[in-house]
Design a protein around this ligand. Structure first.
Ligand SMILES: [Zn+2]
Length: 118
């Protein structure tokens, strides 16, 4: 009977560093929990939580609706152009530095757009 056998060591992922306890290069990533990573050695099972650096980026999620409204705003022949243009919110949103990237397709993803701000 075939099958796949896993052991706990298979759940420890690279990058592997030198283990502080046994010295072997088997000290990998066992899990990431909030603001820390749990490193564990595949040989001696020594574990240590390592704090992650603070996050300074924000992700803005925009769905297809926003991209559609931007396109209507910029195209006077589009159905709904006047309605969108009459609402100052859409021009203000379009003036954000992300809008050109969205319309040029640089940041498009199936089902929506995730934009990473520095
Ligand atoms: Zn070790």
């Amino acid at each position: 009977m075939g099958g796949i056998r896993l052991n706990s060591g298979d759940m420890i992922m690279p990058p592997f560093k030198r283990c502080p306890k046994c010295g072997k290069t088997e000290f990998g990533v066992h899990g990431i929990h909030g603001d820390r990573v749990l490193r564990r050695c595949r040989d001696c099972w020594y574990s240590r939580n390592v704090p992650l650096p603070p996050v300074h980026k924000k992700i803005i999620y925009l769905d297809q609706f926003v991209i559609s409204e931007f396109a209507k705003l910029k195209n006077p022949q589009a159905r709904g152009h006047e309605r969108i243009r009459a609402n100052p919110f859409w021009q203000q949103a379009y003036d954000l530095p992300i809008a050109d990237d969205l319309l040029s397709g640089l940041r498009l993803a199936p089902g929506g757009v995730a934009y990473l701000l520095d």
